[in-house]
Design a protein around this ligand. Sequence first.
Ligand code: MLT
Length: 244
Amino acid sequence: MKLNVYAIPDNVADKELKDKTVVIIDLFRATSTMLAALANGCKEIVPSAEIEEVINMSKNYEKDSYLLCGERNIQAIDGFHLSNSPLEYTSDKVSGKTLLMTTTNGTQAFKRVSDASDVLICSLTNVDAVADYIAEDQNDVAFICAGTNGHFTTDDVVTAGAVIHRLTNKVENLKLGDLAAVAKILYQHSANDLHGLLKSSTHYGRLMDSGLEKDIEYCLTLNAAPVIGIYKDGIVKLADKVQD
Ligand code: MLT
Protein backbone atom coordinates (compact mmCIF):
# COMPACT_ATOMS: atom_id res chain seq x y z
CA MET A 1 0.00 0.00 0.00
CA LYS A 2 1.39 3.37 -1.13
CA LEU A 3 0.62 6.49 0.92
CA ASN A 4 1.26 9.98 -0.41
CA VAL A 5 0.57 13.33 1.24
CA TYR A 6 -0.03 16.51 -0.77
CA ALA A 7 0.49 19.72 1.22
CA ILE A 8 -2.07 21.68 -0.85
CA PRO A 9 -4.64 20.64 -3.48
CA ASP A 10 -2.70 22.38 -6.26
CA ASN A 11 0.22 20.00 -5.68
CA VAL A 12 -1.68 17.02 -7.04
CA ALA A 13 -2.36 16.28 -10.70
CA ASP A 14 -5.78 14.72 -11.29
CA LYS A 15 -4.22 11.64 -12.95
CA GLU A 16 -2.31 10.88 -9.74
CA LEU A 17 -5.61 10.26 -7.96
CA LYS A 18 -7.00 7.77 -10.47
CA ASP A 19 -8.27 4.66 -8.67
CA LYS A 20 -6.75 5.88 -5.38
CA THR A 21 -8.51 6.34 -2.07
CA VAL A 22 -8.39 10.09 -1.41
CA VAL A 23 -8.48 11.48 2.12
CA ILE A 24 -9.34 15.19 2.33
CA ILE A 25 -8.04 16.96 5.46
CA ASP A 26 -8.88 20.46 6.69
CA LEU A 27 -8.39 20.13 10.44
CA PHE A 28 -9.04 23.83 11.11
CA ARG A 29 -11.95 23.61 10.50
CA ALA A 30 -13.97 22.37 7.48
CA THR A 31 -13.54 18.59 7.77
CA SER A 32 -13.76 18.74 11.58
CA THR A 33 -17.03 20.66 11.16
CA MET A 34 -18.42 18.29 8.51
CA LEU A 35 -17.71 15.27 10.72
CA ALA A 36 -19.38 16.94 13.70
CA ALA A 37 -22.46 17.52 11.52
CA LEU A 38 -22.50 13.91 10.27
CA ALA A 39 -22.06 12.56 13.80
CA ASN A 40 -24.98 14.77 14.90
CA GLY A 41 -27.34 13.43 12.27
CA CYS A 42 -27.27 15.78 9.29
CA LYS A 43 -28.64 14.13 6.17
CA GLU A 44 -25.82 15.19 3.85
CA ILE A 45 -23.34 17.97 3.08
CA VAL A 46 -22.96 19.59 -0.33
CA PRO A 47 -19.54 21.31 -0.44
CA SER A 48 -19.12 24.19 -2.85
CA ALA A 49 -16.27 26.55 -3.67
CA GLU A 50 -18.49 29.60 -4.15
CA ILE A 51 -20.97 31.51 -1.95
CA GLU A 52 -23.14 32.34 -4.96
CA GLU A 53 -23.34 28.68 -5.95
CA VAL A 54 -24.49 27.69 -2.46
CA ILE A 55 -27.21 30.35 -2.46
CA ASN A 56 -28.40 29.30 -5.93
CA MET A 57 -28.42 25.60 -4.91
CA SER A 58 -30.67 26.41 -1.94
CA LYS A 59 -33.48 27.37 -4.33
CA ASN A 60 -33.80 23.65 -5.18
CA TYR A 61 -34.55 22.66 -1.58
CA GLU A 62 -37.66 22.93 0.61
CA LYS A 63 -37.30 25.87 3.01
CA ASP A 64 -36.79 23.88 6.24
CA SER A 65 -34.77 21.05 4.65
CA TYR A 66 -31.43 22.84 4.30
CA LEU A 67 -28.99 25.17 6.07
CA LEU A 68 -26.51 27.61 4.48
CA CYS A 69 -23.15 26.99 6.16
CA GLY A 70 -19.59 28.22 6.04
CA GLU A 71 -17.20 31.09 6.32
CA ARG A 72 -14.86 33.42 4.55
CA ASN A 73 -11.58 34.33 6.28
CA ILE A 74 -12.79 32.57 9.42
CA GLN A 75 -15.83 34.86 9.78
CA ALA A 76 -19.47 33.82 9.35
CA ILE A 77 -21.13 34.74 6.05
CA ASP A 78 -23.98 37.29 6.27
CA GLY A 79 -27.34 35.60 5.85
CA PHE A 80 -25.99 32.07 6.42
CA HIS A 81 -27.51 29.87 9.15
CA LEU A 82 -24.23 28.45 10.51
CA SER A 83 -20.59 29.51 10.43
CA ASN A 84 -17.67 27.04 10.21
CA SER A 85 -17.48 26.40 13.94
CA PRO A 86 -17.96 22.67 14.62
CA LEU A 87 -19.55 23.58 17.95
CA GLU A 88 -22.55 25.14 16.16
CA TYR A 89 -23.45 21.85 14.42
CA THR A 90 -25.54 20.41 17.23
CA SER A 91 -28.11 17.71 16.57
CA ASP A 92 -31.05 20.03 17.31
CA LYS A 93 -29.85 22.30 14.48
CA VAL A 94 -28.55 19.86 11.84
CA SER A 95 -30.44 16.57 12.31
CA GLY A 96 -32.03 15.51 9.02
CA LYS A 97 -30.89 18.66 7.20
CA THR A 98 -28.95 19.10 3.96
CA LEU A 99 -25.99 21.40 4.63
CA LEU A 100 -24.99 23.61 1.72
CA MET A 101 -21.44 24.56 2.68
CA THR A 102 -18.65 26.77 1.40
CA THR A 103 -15.39 27.58 3.16
CA THR A 104 -12.24 29.46 2.25
CA ASN A 105 -10.01 26.39 2.04
CA GLY A 106 -11.65 23.10 2.93
CA THR A 107 -14.40 22.95 0.32
CA GLN A 108 -11.97 24.11 -2.37
CA ALA A 109 -10.11 20.78 -2.07
CA PHE A 110 -13.17 18.82 -3.26
CA LYS A 111 -12.74 20.25 -6.76
CA ARG A 112 -9.59 18.14 -7.28
CA VAL A 113 -10.88 14.65 -6.59
CA SER A 114 -13.03 13.70 -9.59
CA ASP A 115 -10.81 10.72 -10.64
CA ALA A 116 -10.54 9.06 -7.24
CA SER A 117 -12.21 5.73 -6.51
CA ASP A 118 -13.14 6.65 -2.95
CA VAL A 119 -13.04 10.03 -1.15
CA LEU A 120 -13.05 10.20 2.65
CA ILE A 121 -13.07 13.30 4.83
CA CYS A 122 -10.65 13.28 7.74
CA SER A 123 -9.80 15.17 10.90
CA LEU A 124 -8.17 14.22 14.19
CA THR A 125 -11.77 13.83 15.37
CA ASN A 126 -12.18 10.63 13.31
CA VAL A 127 -8.56 9.53 13.00
CA ASP A 128 -9.03 5.97 14.28
CA ALA A 129 -12.07 5.37 12.05
CA VAL A 130 -10.15 6.60 8.98
CA ALA A 131 -7.15 4.39 9.78
CA ASP A 132 -9.42 1.35 10.23
CA TYR A 133 -11.22 2.09 6.93
CA ILE A 134 -7.96 2.40 4.98
CA ALA A 135 -6.47 -0.74 6.58
CA GLU A 136 -9.54 -2.75 5.58
CA ASP A 137 -9.78 -1.21 2.12
CA GLN A 138 -6.12 -1.98 1.27
CA ASN A 139 -6.06 0.59 -1.56
CA ASP A 140 -3.30 3.12 -2.25
CA VAL A 141 -4.05 6.42 -0.52
CA ALA A 142 -3.55 10.10 -1.37
CA PHE A 143 -3.96 12.49 1.57
CA ILE A 144 -4.94 15.93 0.26
CA CYS A 145 -4.34 18.73 2.76
CA ALA A 146 -6.53 21.79 2.23
CA GLY A 147 -3.81 24.16 3.46
CA THR A 148 -4.58 27.82 4.14
CA ASN A 149 -4.93 30.33 1.33
CA GLY A 150 -2.91 28.09 -0.97
CA HIS A 151 -0.07 27.51 1.49
CA PHE A 152 1.20 24.55 3.54
CA THR A 153 -0.29 24.28 7.03
CA THR A 154 1.22 22.12 9.77
CA ASP A 155 -2.18 21.19 11.19
CA ASP A 156 -3.34 19.27 8.11
CA VAL A 157 0.01 17.50 7.63
CA VAL A 158 0.22 16.35 11.26
CA THR A 159 -3.34 15.01 10.93
CA ALA A 160 -2.24 12.92 7.93
CA GLY A 161 0.69 11.79 10.09
CA ALA A 162 -1.71 10.67 12.82
CA VAL A 163 -3.48 8.37 10.36
CA ILE A 164 -0.21 7.08 8.88
CA HIS A 165 1.17 6.38 12.37
CA ARG A 166 -1.88 4.21 13.09
CA LEU A 167 -1.57 2.38 9.75
CA THR A 168 2.04 1.44 10.55
CA ASN A 169 0.70 -1.03 13.11
CA LYS A 170 -2.15 -2.25 10.90
CA VAL A 171 -0.75 -2.68 7.40
CA GLU A 172 2.36 -4.54 6.20
CA ASN A 173 4.49 -3.22 3.31
CA LEU A 174 3.51 0.44 3.64
CA LYS A 175 5.35 2.54 1.05
CA LEU A 176 5.47 6.18 2.19
CA GLY A 177 6.10 9.15 -0.07
CA ASP A 178 8.54 11.73 1.35
CA LEU A 179 5.90 14.06 2.85
CA ALA A 180 3.98 11.03 4.19
CA ALA A 181 7.16 9.93 6.00
CA VAL A 182 7.70 13.46 7.36
CA ALA A 183 4.05 13.67 8.45
CA LYS A 184 4.38 10.41 10.40
CA ILE A 185 7.55 11.59 12.18
CA LEU A 186 5.98 15.00 12.90
CA TYR A 187 2.98 13.31 14.54
CA GLN A 188 5.11 10.83 16.50
CA HIS A 189 7.19 13.69 17.91
CA SER A 190 4.20 15.87 18.83
CA ALA A 191 1.31 13.49 19.63
CA ASN A 192 1.49 14.33 23.33
CA ASP A 193 1.48 18.09 22.77
CA LEU A 194 -0.32 19.05 19.58
CA HIS A 195 -1.08 22.52 20.96
CA GLY A 196 2.64 22.95 21.53
CA LEU A 197 3.35 22.03 17.91
CA LEU A 198 0.53 24.06 16.37
CA LYS A 199 0.38 27.20 18.50
CA SER A 200 3.04 28.82 16.31
CA SER A 201 1.17 27.88 13.10
CA THR A 202 -0.67 30.50 11.07
CA HIS A 203 -4.16 29.10 11.24
CA TYR A 204 -4.01 28.28 14.95
CA GLY A 205 -2.93 31.87 15.58
CA ARG A 206 -5.72 33.30 13.43
CA LEU A 207 -8.33 31.21 15.24
CA MET A 208 -6.94 32.33 18.63
CA ASP A 209 -7.01 35.97 17.48
CA SER A 210 -10.69 35.45 16.54
CA GLY A 211 -11.53 34.11 20.01
CA LEU A 212 -12.10 30.58 18.68
CA GLU A 213 -9.96 28.64 21.14
CA LYS A 214 -12.87 26.29 21.88
CA ASP A 215 -12.94 25.37 18.19
CA ILE A 216 -9.23 24.58 18.36
CA GLU A 217 -9.80 22.40 21.42
CA TYR A 218 -12.57 20.49 19.64
CA CYS A 219 -10.57 19.99 16.43
CA LEU A 220 -7.64 18.60 18.46
CA THR A 221 -9.86 16.12 20.36
CA LEU A 222 -9.01 12.73 18.87
CA ASN A 223 -12.02 10.62 17.89
CA ALA A 224 -14.59 13.19 19.05
CA ALA A 225 -16.68 12.33 15.94
CA PRO A 226 -15.84 8.66 15.19
CA VAL A 227 -17.65 8.42 11.87
CA ILE A 228 -16.67 7.92 8.22
CA GLY A 229 -17.79 10.59 5.76
CA ILE A 230 -17.68 9.66 2.06
CA TYR A 231 -17.79 12.22 -0.77
CA LYS A 232 -19.53 10.83 -3.87
CA ASP A 233 -21.41 12.49 -6.73
CA GLY A 234 -20.87 15.90 -5.16
CA ILE A 235 -22.32 15.01 -1.75
CA VAL A 236 -20.77 13.99 1.61
CA LYS A 237 -22.71 11.35 3.54
CA LEU A 238 -22.06 8.83 6.30
CA ALA A 239 -20.42 5.74 4.77
CA ASP A 240 -23.42 3.51 5.48
CA LYS A 241 -25.70 5.95 3.65
CA VAL A 242 -23.67 6.00 0.39
CA GLN A 243 -25.09 3.89 -2.44
CA ASP A 244 -22.44 1.80 -4.31
C1 MLT B 1 -11.76 26.37 6.29
O1 MLT B 1 -11.82 26.07 5.09
O2 MLT B 1 -11.91 25.61 7.22
C2 MLT B 1 -11.47 27.80 6.56
O3 MLT B 1 -10.60 28.24 5.62
C3 MLT B 1 -10.85 28.15 7.82
C4 MLT B 1 -11.73 28.15 8.99
O4 MLT B 1 -12.96 28.16 8.84
O5 MLT B 1 -11.16 28.21 10.08
